[in-house]
Ligand binder design. Structure first.
Ligand SMILES: *[C@@H]1O[C@H](CO)[C@@H](O)[C@H](O)[C@H]1NC(C)=O
Ligand SMILES: *[C@@H]1O[C@H](CO)[C@@H](O)[C@H](O)[C@H]1NC(C)=O
Ligand SMILES: *[C@@H]1O[C@H](CO)[C@@H](O)[C@H](O)[C@H]1NC(C)=O
Ligand SMILES: *[C@@H]1O[C@H](CO)[C@@H](O)[C@H](O)[C@H]1NC(C)=O
Length: 414
């Protein structure tokens, strides 16, 4: 057993698009810490629930999300040298990471085997179709993993320049041989949001979040997609003012006397509700929806700006880590909102799947770039314990994805 203080501290989180890893002041961390305590006191009766309790009942075959990482030298499918479709942000070996063991682990569910990723099989299912990742840069991280997993059998073309009206972090790829479009829509809050700092983006400024208005960045384009993988959570430590029906209903960490402080999970819950409702309500949408659950950070012995690191080179064993505190609350919030939306989807004949990646990835403190991180679009090193090295444990999220694509394909053709 590890002693408590060497565990990743729970209840804090870092943003997806890293620059603030450098600039966010320590005071904010203190505030976050105090608010995390406040949040836990808001949920006094919340027990330490094992994540499986909210698991989908319609997967009878095997609970692929409960298991452990086992050593397997053949576990990685590609390398940073062979795949050029990822950002330097995730290319840890290129950035100088010396150890290799983090690539050599395979996820072994307790009750069965998780099939390896088969690029041909994947492309057969998605042939003539389109798939979109919607969310923050951890969502894009998974999309880049998928690009690299598929690159062994097909070369995608970057067609992002055809979508000039979209955020520059929104990307589109086209696999001509399979007539398959793969996109990532950058929408870290999923709802309409306005940066209030007149000088533009800064990590100290406040963001106005319109909790009941889904972000047009993705909603205006999503209707025709056949598969949508949606996620949110990493950005909910910003200063946020929550709006509903166009009125201020409260804020997170805004320190304004006339605005009620609310937990950030209040915002996260509403945002997920709005995003999933939007998909259910879109008349022309007939896609398969996946919600990907919370991706924990693993800063240890400090914060990102106080020497915090994620320098481990091996996974945790199952007994060494338990989902608790903020991570657990965020996960439960997501799973609850998902279950509610899934009921509506079922009536409408839509497939909704929960990609419960949290438990597996929680055990991978060794999978982050750590000091071999890079700021996006800049040749500047950062300590990154938020994103995941490629290849690495996030490739497993796409093994999960393929598992469900196959299940869904069986169901729909049965
Ligand atoms: C390619 O797929 C799209 C749907 O994603 C479809 O509308 C189009 O007809 C397909 N084109 C060919 C040449 O099969
Ligand atoms: C809070 O006070 C400020 C300044 O007095 C005012 O501009 C703002 O509209 C108030 N906000 C609310 C929600 O009442
Ligand atoms: C990035 O910076 C490093 C060191 O500062 C330098 O050696 C390297 O050539 C730079 N790479 C690029 C692509 O500019
Ligand atoms: C998926 O289902 C379709 C029929 O609905 C079938 O043609 C196709 O071969 C299936 N793909 C796989 C990989 O099983």
């Amino acid at each position: 057993m590890k002693s408590k203080n060497t565990r990743p501290v729970n209840g804090k989180c870092s943003s997806a698009d890293i620059p603030w890893v450098l600039v966010l002041p320590f005071t904010l961390f203190l505030i976050i810490y105090l608010i995390a305590i406040f949040i836990s006191s808001q949920y006094p009766s919340s027990p330490v629930i094992h994540a499986t309790s909210l698991r989908s009942r319609n997967i009878k075959k095997c609970d692929i999300f409960s298991g452990e990482w086992i050593s397997d030298k053949k576990a990685h499918y590609y390398s940073g040298e062979t795949c050029h479709l990822m950002l330097d942000q995730a290319n840890c070996i290129k950035n100088g990471r010396p150890d290799r063991e983090f690539m050599n682990w395979r996820w072994k569910p307790d009750e069965c085997e998780l099939p390896l990723f088969d690029a041909m099989e994947f492309l057969k299912i998605v042939k003539g179709k389109s798939m979109a990742f919607v969310g923050d840069s951890v969502g894009r991280n998974q999309m880049e993993s998928l690009l690299c997993l598929l690159a062994s059998v097909a070369s995608p073309e970057d067609i992002s320049h055809r979508y000039t009206s979209l955020n520059r972090n929104t990307r589109h790829w086209f696999f001509q041989d399979y007539n398959f479009t793969l996109a990532t829509f950058f929408s870290p809050f999923l709802v309409r949001n306005i940066e209030t700092d007149p000088n533009g983006f800064s990590f100290k400024s406040t963001i106005n979040l319109y909790l009941d208005e889904a972000d047009k960045e993705w909603t205006a384009h999503i209707e025709s997609f056949d598969f949508v993988i949606i996620s949110a959570a990493q950005w909910f430590f910003r200063k946020l003012v929550f709006y509903e029906n166009g009125q201020v209903v409260g804020c997170f960490n805004c320190q304004k006397q006339n605005i009620t402080e609310l937990p950030n999970l209040y915002g996260l819950r509403k945002v997920i509700r709005t995003a999933l409702r939007t998909l259910n309500d879109l008349k022309g949408y007939n896609g398969v929806t996946f919600f990907r659950t919370f991706s924990p950070t693993h800063f240890e012995n400090g914060e990102f700006n106080t020497g915090g690191r994620c320098a481990r080179t091996k996974p945790f064993a199952k007994e060494e880590m338990r989902l608790e505190g903020y991570f657990l609350e965020a996960y439960l919030t997501q799973a609850e909102e998902f279950r509610a939306a899934e009921k509506v989807a079922r009536k409408r004949g839509l497939q909704f799947w929960l990609l419960e990646t949290t438990e597996a990835i929680l055990l991978r403190p060794d999978g982050h770039p750590d000091i071999y991180g890079r700021m996006k679009d800049k040749n500047v090193s950062v300590v990154d314990c938020v994103h995941w090295c490629l290849p690495g444990p996030i490739d497993t999220w796409n093994e999960f994805l393929l598992y469900f694509l196959k299940l869904g394909n069986q169901t729909s053709s049965a």
